[in-house]
Ligand binder design. Structure first.
Ligand SMILES: Cc1cc2nc3c(=O)[nH]c(=O)nc-3n(C[C@H](O)[C@H](O)[C@H](O)COP(=O)(O)OP(=O)(O)OC[C@H]3O[C@@H](n4cnc5c(N)ncnc54)[C@H](O)[C@@H]3O)c2cc1C
Ligand code: SF4
Length: 518
C-alpha cells in the first residue's frame, strides 16, 4: 500500500464541515490533508442548468440499504469538493436557544453539551465567511437573530402576496437569511436571481466552501485530494487513530498517517466509516463503547404547499428558498396536541419541468392547459422538528458491498405518529396562508417526508450517553474527531448548514489550541 508523509490532521470529507474545519486549522498553522471521494467541480463548465442532467451529476452512486420510511431523495447530500453546498439552496438560520437544551426542556433527544451563547461567536464568524444576506433586526421578539454582513434580499412578488396572507392570519413573517449575496461580497458577485441554485451557482453568488473556504485554506497549506475514497481508519497498538486508508483517483490503495483523524463525511458515511473500521480492540466499531454510533438518526420533516393565483406571480423567479420566513409555529404548543413545531420558508416554485409533473402524469391538452398556469404558480415549504428515536439508525449491511468490497451503510428509519400529525398540520396552516393571500387553488404534497439527515454520532457530556464531547472529540479515542450534522443530539426545524460551519470553526479552534494534548 502506498504511504504518504505523515500530517497533523487528516479530514475525510470536504463539505461544509470539512471546509470550515480545514480553514480554521490552517489558520492555526496546522498541516492538513483532506480526502474527498468526489471531484473538484468547475462552476462554469460543470454546473449545467439542465434539470434533467444536473441532479445525476451531483449524485454519489454509493450503495445504501434503506429500511422503513424513506427520507430525502438520495442518502448522500452530494459529492465533490464543497459537498452538498454545490447544490444546496442556501437557506441559513441560527438554531433557537431552546434547541440546545431540548432534552431537559422537552424530554426529546438530548441536550447539547454547550449553550446557544457559547456558539454565538462562531455563528457570527460563519455568517461572515458565507456572506449571509438577511435582516440584522426585525424578526419577531423571542426568536434568535443572526448578524448577516449583507442586507436582506427584497421579497419576490409571489412572496409579497404570501406575506399579506400571513399578516391577515396574524402570523409574523420576514425576509429570511440566505448565504446568497445581495451585493458584491468579498469579490463574489450579487445574485442574478436565475433560480438555478440547486443545479450549482455558476457565478459564485451562493456560498460553498469550495469558494468561501478552500481557496484560502489551500493558500495556507491545506492539501485537498479529490477522487480519494476513504474506507478505513487504522488504529495503533495504543488504541489511537493512526491513519486513513483510501483509494486514490486511479483506484490505488494508499495510507495517510496523521496525528489526528476527523470524520466529516456527513451523516450516513461517517458512522459507516467508524463501524467499518472495527478492530479486535474495538469490535463494535470505533468510538462505540456507548453503543450509540449510528443511533439517534433524525431528519427535518419537509412539506411543500403549492398555490395558483389569478394573476401571473412568477414564483419560479429568484433563488430557491427562504426569501420569506416564519418561525411562528416553531416552538411546542401543548394546546396543538402534538410535540414540536416547524418553520415556514417561501421557496421559488421551480422550473417548468418540475411544474409539468405537479399534477401527476398529464398529456396533450391537459398538460398544455396545466402549463398555462405556470406563471401564476407559487410554493411554500414547511420544515418540521422530527421526533428523536435511538431506533432510527445507521448500521452496516454485510450483504451489500461497494465496488471495493466495503460493506454499505444501512439506514433504518420510521416516522412517528407525532411526525405525521405535525407534517399534516404544517401543510394545512400553509394552505390557509395561501388562501388568505388570495390564491384561487391550493394543494400540498403528502404524505410525510423528510430531508437533511442529522444525528447518529451525537455529542454530549456523558460518555455513556454520547459518542463525542462538545468539540466533536470522541470519548473513546482522543485523536479521533467528528464534525458535521451527525453531532446534533436533538430535533430541529431549521436547516443545519450554518450551524455546521459554526461547529467547524469552533472545533478547529479547539484542536488548534490543544493539539499537543491529543
Ligand atoms: C438539494 C439540497 C438542498 C439543500 N439545501 C440546504 C439549505 O437550504 N440550507 C441548509 O442549511 N442545508 C441545505 N442542504 C444540506 C447541506 O447540503 C448539508 O447540511 C451540508 O452540505 C452538510 O455538510 P457536511 O460537510 O456535513 O456534509 P457534505 O456536504 O455531504 O460533505 C461531505 C463530503 O464528504 C465526502 N465523503 C463522504 N464519505 C467519504 C469517504 N468515505 N471518503 C471521502 N470522501 C467522503 C462526500 O463526497 C461529501 O463531499 C441541502 C442539501 C441538498 C442535497
Ligand atoms: S439564483 Fe442566485 S444564487 Fe442561485 S444560482 Fe442563480 S445567481 Fe446563483
Amino acid at each position: 500500500m502506498a504511504q504518504n508523509e505523515k500530517v497533523d490532521v487528516c479530514i475525510v470529507g470536504s463539505g461544509a464541515a470539512g471546509g470550515s474545519l480545514s480553514l480554521a486549522l490552517a489558520e492555526a498553522g496546522i498541516k492538513v490533508v483532506v480526502l474527498e471521494v468526489g471531484p473538484w467541480w468547475n462552476p462554469l463548465t460543470d454546473y449545467i442548468h439542465n434539470p434533467l442532467e444536473m441532479p445525476g451529476r451531483f449524485r454519489w452512486n454509493m450503495p445504501v440499504t434503506q429500511v422503513g420510511d424513506r427520507v430525502g431523495r438520495t442518502p448522500h447530500s452530494s459529492w465533490g469538493v464543497g459537498g452538498g453546498m454545490n447544490h444546496w439552496t442556501a437557506a441559513v438560520g441560527r438554531f433557537e436557544e431552546e434547541d440546545f437544551k431540548q432534552g431537559t426542556l422537552e424530554g426529546m433527544g438530548a441536550d447539547w453539551p454547550f449553550s446557544y451563547a457559547d456558539l454565538v461567536p462562531y455563528y457570527e464568524k460563519a455568517e461572515a465567511q458565507l456572506g449571509v444576506s438577511g435582516l440584522a433586526a426585525g424578526a419577531p421578539a423571542g426568536y434568535v437573530q443572526g448578524k448577516p454582513p449583507n442586507p436582506a434580499h427584497r421579497l419576490f412578488y409571489a412572496n409579497q402576496l404570501l406575506k399579506k396572507g400571513f399578516d391577515k392570519l396574524g402570523i409574523p413573517s420576514y425576509s429570511g437569511s440566505v448565504a446568497i449575496n445581495s451585493q458584491i461580497y468579498k469579490g463574489r458577485p450579487a445574485c442574478n436571481y436565475c433560480g438555478g441554485c440547486s443545479m450549482g451557482c455558476p457565478i459564485g453568488a451562493k456560498a460553498n466552501t469550495a469558494i468561501t473556504h478552500f481557496p484560502q485554506a489551500i493558500k495556507l497549506g491545506v492539501e485537498v485530494r479529490a477522487r480519494s475514497y476513504a474506507t478505513q481508519i487504522r488504529m495503533d497498538n495504543r488504541g489511537r487513530a493512526k491513519s486513513v486508508v483510501y483509494f486514490d483517483f486511479n483506484g490505488v490503495e494508499q495510507e495517510q498517517e496523521a496525528n489526528i483523524v476527523v470524520a466529516a463525511g456527513w451523516t450516513i458515511e461517517s458512522p459507516r466509516l467508524l463501524l467499518n473500521s472495527a478492530t479486535s480492540q474495538f469490535p463494535d466499531g470505533l468510538a462505540n463503547s456507548s453503543g450509540l454510533v449510528g443511533r439517534g438518526l433524525t431528519c427535518i420533516l419537509g412539506g411543500r404547499i403549492r398555490a395558483i393565483y389569478d394573476e401571473p406571480v412568477d414564483g419560479f423567479k429568484g433563488f430557491n428558498l427562504n426569501n420569506l420566513e416564519s418561525r411562528h409555529f416553531y416552538k411546542t404548543d401543548a394546546s396543538r396536541g402534538y410535540w414540536g413545531g416547524w418553520t415556514f420558508e417561501a421557496s421559488s416554485s421551480g422550473h417548468p419541468l418540475s411544474y409539468a409533473n405537479q399534477r401527476g402524469r398529464l398529456w396533450g391538452h391537459d398538460l398544455i392547459e396545466h402549463m398555462k398556469t405556470f406563471r401564476s404558480y407559487a410554493a411554500l415549504s414547511v420544515w418540521g422538528r422530527a421526533t428523536v428515536s435511538l431506533d432510527n439508525r445507521v448500521t452496516i449491511d454485510d450483504q451489500v458491498k461497494d465496488e471495493y468490497g466495503i460493506p454499505a451503510a444501512k439506514i433504518t428509519y420510521h416516522f412517528s405518529d407525532n411526525d405525521h400529525q405535525l407534517s399534516r398540520e404544517g401543510r394545512r396552516r400553509g394552505e390557509e396562508a395561501f388562501e388568505a393571500a388570495g390564491a384561487k387553488e391550493v394543494w400540498s404534497d403528502g404524505p410525510t417526508r423528510g430531508s437533511y439527515w442529522l444525528g447518529g454520532l451525537r455529542m454530549g457530556s456523558d460518555p455513556a450517553e454520547s459518542v463525542t464531547n462538545g468539540y466533536g472529540q470522541t470519548h473513546d479515542i482522543p485523536n479521533l474527531f467528528v464534525v458535521g450534522p451527525m453531532l446534533i443530539p436533538g430535533a430541529v426545524g431549521i436547516q443545519p448548514t450554518l450551524t455546521i460551519v459554526a461547529l467547524g470553526n469552533r472545533i478547529g479552534e479547539y484542536i488548534g489550541a490543544n493539539r499537543q494534548e491529543f
